[in-house]
Design a binder for this molecule. Sequence first.
Ligand code: NDP
Length: 458
Amino acid sequence: MSNLPVEPEFEQAYKELASTLENSTLFQKFPEYRKALAVVSVPERIIQFRVVWEDDQHQVQVNRGFRVQFNSALGPYKGGLRFHPTVNLSILKFLGFEQIFKNALTGLSMGGGKGGSDFDPKGKSDNEIRRFCVSFMTELCKHIGADTDVPAGDIGVTGREVGFLFGQYRKIRNQWEGVLTGKGGSWGGSLIRPEATGYGVVYYVEHMIQHATAGKESFAGKRVAISGSGNVAQYAALKVIELGGSVVSLSDSQGSLIANGDASFTPEEIDLIAALKVDRKQISEIATSAAFSAKFKYLPGARPWVHVGQVDVALPSATQNEVSGEEAEALIAAGCKFIAEGSNMGCTQAAIDVFEAHREANQGAAAIWYAPGKAANAGGVAVSGLEMAQNSARINWTAEEVDARLKDIMKACFQNGVDTAKEFATPTEGYFPSLVTGSNIAGFTKVAAAMKDQGDWW
Ligand code: NDP
């Protein structure tokens, strides 16, 4: 019999959580929580369906559609939809599992879920994407609702796709309700939702920097390596620049752009890349232009980490498993002090082990400090939760109000990770606590306690 994992990404996410719980004092203090871990790791429900649609040549196309309704103890299932050819149940179960604990860390009333399709939006016309979304929602609408399950975007699902999906739900159910988040600003969307994940990561790291330097340093003057060039990467980059840092890399699935010397991306250059991505194009198309080739190296097929030179901060913001153990070593050698995942499971377990070992061995300022995605990128779903609240109350908050709430949530999320790690894992004062252990325990215990109260385990 093969020893290969059947669901490798899900098993990786499960082991990452379980190992931090095992290596803390949690199960010594509360042995009954082992039972909760066994129960929480099985989805409440998985929906799989066929999506048949017509391409521009009038040919029938078929894709797989999924929704993993993982846990509803804290609120309606909540989590994005991913449209990408690699989508399968292992990936959606890992994303849904992470989402349960991330949503718990926001402090808002949201359960965890995730969904999507192996449909590839690249190379499709807008009409093909609309027809696909209509067909996808024709089935999904039977299983979701504002108080049941509220999807949002993820890789390959932008405001445009959310619009097509929402329109079909409204027509087929004859109901206008906040069934999706990430909607357009004039029809129920929250201000700051597009920016929220990227901004939130940067707000989170700002707390790490201040904590580690006793308030002496901030993003100002820091060199920041970012991967990806989609929603999360773009807004993380813009916020870093606003706070006085330099962005020295961006990338996509085909290659990386690395700034020469002390150069940084400017907001105008990020806007140009954002416009390319709206058209589902690659950054290689801009890399050879006179302005870009004078300032940036384009490395086809490469991730940025071993090519960025000296950096202070790294923000993986493209996809899962995009930092290997070797790349983690290279980032440490390049002087990186803070790494936070904009992407979900951006680091391999080998990379996390390298970062955590370095933190433990170098207590204090010489250490690298790692923040897991379920804490650092929680800002996106947090503002989705705020969008749900605005839709329910039929009101709209200003950008300043939403941004202020986002900042408060990211601060609480960071502090919760620090305090919980000190309670269950980190023995000494003046030592950077493990944010992965602290965030995992804080998210897990909140969900486990709610499940116990509701009779999900005993
Ligand atoms: P987008 O689709 O907007 O952008 C994804 C970016 O990652 C693109 O640059 C894409 O390149 C690149 N990418 C995708 N797949 C791969 C791959 N296999 N290898 C290398 N690069 C790849 O997605 P988002 O920015 O929304 O999401 C990025 C990450 O952040 C994901 O892990 C997502 O789960 C996570 N996340 C997103 C949230 C959100 O609110 N959007 C919230 C929390 C987490 P290309 O253009 O070539 O395809």
